[in-house]
Write a new protein. Structure first.
Lengths: 162, 252
């Protein structure tokens, strides 16, 4: 009796956590689906404990524990997927930080009539292929403040739900 | 003393050069480094990449240099790529990396640039160990450099006497490639392997370097033991990478 209960609690907890994260916009739909796919088998096994035996017989596996191992390996694939997402996003964040730094650069003072080679006027920087944009000098601070307010907003939403 | 040099490409047109100075908490030395560069090379633009310093490094940079302040610390790889992206966006012909801690004498920069242009290679590395010098290094560090030198030679067939040197000049092709992709963790030895495997022409010249006096080294002593193993593994993984597929190599 204990085993189905544990499976049901764990599977239900995974589903509840993923749906709660979706509601509070901390998890995107595509990742919620992954966690639903991870949590549902636990619920299925809770109401149908012999399911693992049935599945292992269908797969011609000698021992049902091998089937459990196969299902567990899904988690490893999931981790690989998540780490690849993190790696891509880390590179994107670094790229974004680099562009913020370049766009908010401080130019050297130009002597009259002789601008330093390759430099553009401060506050009117143009990326090749884009339209001229006036970039505020305190953009870095503005982005930092925006992040802080975003974090505060997320925290307040979470506390409201609780 | 100002050399008042103007560099020229092989076709005689002026070569636009940029000196990239990555700086992380280098408030004690950055002003002297930038002033020295401007004194020796008044024709060359200087870009300081302040890699999220917390000691107001940017405030100590002389007004003659351009400062790019990163909103947070990206590490040496991210800081240098910022400089190369800037160089690519502003169409510089040559970009030289000079450390912000004062190790790389400004007087040697012009020689590195001129050698790059004269030899028409893709990158020149300023080496401390190509010839016998009085530059002092700890035995453990020298052993590590020698091991990495052998490892790189085994993986790409070319030997580099100073694979950890950050004093290097790159031409337009390399600038564009770096702007597209640059290693994060151990960029100095990694790019030597990657550039060589991508058929870029990389050469070394002997340079004089000062002993480090201020700031903190990017690799702490406690990490030194694992540094060689980590870099060796990273280099091994680099052999299956092809970050610059568009570069087909120079036609002979």
């Amino acid at each position: 009796m204990i085993r189905p209960l544990v499976l049901a609690i764990f599977g239900g907890f995974l589903l509840w956590m993923s749906l709660r994260s979706l509601r509070s916009q901390r998890l995107q739909e595509r990742y919620v689906l992954l966690f639903i796919a991870t949590g549902l088998p636990f619920l299925v096994l809770a109401v149908w404990p012999d399911g693992i035996v049935w599945l292992s017989e269908k797969m011609n596996m000698e021992k049902p524990t091998l089937m459990v191992f196969c299902l567990g390996s899904f988690t490893i694939v999931l981790l690989l997927k998540l780490f690849s997402i993190i790696s891509v996003q880390q590179r994107q964040i670094a790229s974004l930080a680099q562009m913020v730094g370049i766009l908010t650069q401080k130019q050297p003072f130009s002597p009259p009539g002789a601008p330093p080679s390759g430099s553009l006027s401060a506050g009117n920087f143009q990326v090749p292929g884009s339209i001229p944009t006036n970039i505020p000098e305190n953009l870095s601070e503005m982005i930092s403040e925006a992040h802080q307010s975003e974090d505060l907003r997320s925290e307040s939403e979470t506390s409201e739900e609780g | 003393m100002a050399e008042n040099l103007k560099f020229h490409k092989p076709d005689g047109t002026p070569a636009r050069c940029l000196i990239i100075v990555p700086a992380f908490n280098e408030a004690g030395s950055i002003a002297q480094v930038v002033s020295g560069l401007h004194e020796h090379l008044p024709e060359v633009d200087v870009l300081v990449v302040d890699d999220g310093s917390i000691d107001q490094t940017h405030a100590h940079v002389p007004k003659t240099a351009t400062v790019v302040r990163l909103p947070f610390n990206l590490g040496i790889g991210g800081a240098m790529q910022t400089g190369y992206r800037y160089a690519d966006m502003h169409r510089y012909d040559v970009a030289v990396q000079v450390d912000g801690d004062g190790q790389h004498p400004p007087a040697e920069v012009s020689r590195v640039i001129q050698t790059l242009l004269d030899r028409q290679c893709d990158m020149i590395v300023g080496s401390r160990f190509l010839e016998e010098t009085k530059y002092e290094q700890k035995i453990s560090r020298m052993t590590g450099i020698h091991l990495l030198r052998l490892w790189i030679k085994l993986l790409c067939g070319q030997s580099f006497s100073d694979c950890t040197s950050g004093f290097r000049a790159a031409n337009r092709d390399v600038i564009k490639s770096y702007a597209h992709w640059y290693p994060d963790d151990y960029p100095e030895p990694e790019v030597l392997l990657l550039l060589t495997r991508s058929n870029f022409a990389v050469e070394e010249i002997q340079v004089h370097m000062e002993q480090r006096t201020t700031g903190q080294t990017s690799i702490s002593l406690t990490q030194g033991i694992f540094y060689v193993l980590k870099v060796a593994t990273a280099l091994l993984l680099d052999t299956i990478r092809n970050p610059w597929p568009d570069h087909k190599g120079k036609t002979s």
